[in-house]
Design a binder for this molecule. Sequence first.
Ligand code: FES
Ligand code: FES
Length: 158
Amino acid sequence: MRPVRARVNGRERTEAVPPRLLLCDFLRARLRLTGTHVGCEHGVCGACTVLLDGEPVRSCLLFAAQIDGREVTTVEGLAPDAEHLHPVQQAFHEEHALQCGFCTPGMVMNALDFAKSHPNPSEEEVRESLEGNLCRCTGYHNIVKSIMAGARAMAGSK
Ligand code: FES
Ligand code: FES
């Protein structure tokens, strides 16, 4: 077992993990943060995307031991309180960007990073940013609209 000490959604966590335990399995099974979804398990679909020190990563391609000393944010860590959603989550809600919702957490986590550098993105820019996130329901149209709206909301220019 390997000791892991990390900050997850603002909370210090200290756990002992098998060296080959995947980060996605650690988050879901050990910490019960099941908002991080697992689709392809080999880095293609983006459903497992979380932020590691603020950068989007695929949690199916990392070991839990690799987050030692670092900060992880999952979709559960975004809403400011129980009554309000993060602006990107709110945009997904308002633009009807969910069908089955399986891809949604990964889409939202990826969009957060994209929005930081694109406060008022074009449709083309959003579509390019989504090349690593697959929606099996193929509801891309409303997802794109949501990310455009969410980015503007994050920038305070909605
Ligand atoms: S489950 Fe990680 S990229 Fe698909
Ligand atoms: S909403 Fe179903 S996979 Fe995207």
